[in-house]
Write a protein that binds this ligand. Structure first.
Ligand code: PAF
Length: 274
């Protein structure tokens, strides 16, 4: 595995590759969720590039940029064992210059739900993903469905900017107890680990209601909020179509149910595709 810390080193390393490139961008602190993306990308492409970059422009003032878990040694080992060809770990200076041209999230879809709670987050996320996709030269890039709105916006960016890369959505990976894997789960302490399960439980409750024939969005949200009482603060429960338009009735095959809540230190998100 080649470790590239500069753009130049990445371009040099890419010259050793012949065939299709799969790409998995990450912010590190790799867990089984990342690993499932890496495995899928490994299987579906001749070569595999993974990036680890804690992108400052997608963190808001007061968020956890400084304390975001960083585990370079363990992550490098994981990538090596997973058959990664190039691990790209650039510094901030390599990725940004002072007076940058900026990409903006779309005015509606980029400023609801996560975009409303974290204004500016998606601008920074899209900015870095555009750079990383261009640098990787990948045919296929892999993103988890857990960040459903992120995935939708990246897919839209690729479409709107006529970028030559396939965005591949990957399933959410959960602990045995149902908790969706996230690098921020390490912040959970004591009883918060149990209380955090209310997010996935609320989605399970929603799923059972839909299976029993309940399609009314307000009725489902009400039940979910009951289950979510174990969280410290619920930021939103939303039921939207795959384009992130609000729904009044569940549309089977075209619906995402999303939840965001604080449990102790971390802000957790989870969702269910129906
Ligand atoms: O989902 C993430 O880890 C990040 O938002 C991403 C896509 C790597 C961009 O920094």
């Amino acid at each position: 595995m080649i470790i590239a810390r500069t753009i130049e080193a990445l371009q040099e390393a890419k010259k050793t590759l012949q065939g299709s490139i799969g790409f998995v961008p990450t912010m590190g602190a790799l867990h089984h969720g990342h690993l499932s993306l890496i495995r899928q990308a490994r299987e579906e492409n001749d070569h595999l590039i993974v990036s680890i970059f804690v992108n400052p422009t997608q963190f808001l003032e007061g968020e956890d940029l400084d304390s975001y878990p960083r585990r370079e040694e363990a992550d490098t080992r994981i990538c090596e064992l997973a058959g990664v060809d190039i691990l790209f770990m650039p510094s901030i200076d390599q990725m940004y210059e002072a007076d940058e041209l900026c990409i903006g999230a779309p005015a509606v879809r980029g400023y609801i739900l996560e975009g409303e709670k974290r204004p500016g987050h998606f601008d920074g996320m899209l900015q870095v993903v555009m750079k990383l996709l261009n640098l990787s030269g990948a045919a296929n890039a892999y993103f988890g469905k857990k960040d459903a709105q992120q995935l939708a916006l990246i897919t839209q960016m690729v479409k709107n900017y006529f970028m030559d890369v396939n965005i591949i959505p990957c399933e959410i990976v959960r602990d045995d107890n149902g908790l969706a894997l996230s690098s921020r789960n390490v912040y959970l302490e004591g009883d918060e680990k149990n209380r955090a399960l209310c997010l996935s439980r609320s989605l399970k409750r929603a799923s059972k209601m839909v299976m029993a024939g309940e399609l009314d969005v307000e009725a489902i949200k009400k039940e979910m909020l009951e289950v979510l009482k174990e969280a410290d603060t619920v930021e939103y429960v939303a039921i939207v179509d795959r384009e992130f338009n609000a729904l009044e009735k569940i549309e089977i095959g075209n619906t995402i149910i999303l939840v965001a809540a604080w449990v102790g230190k971390p802000r957790l998100i989870d969702n269910l595709w129906i």
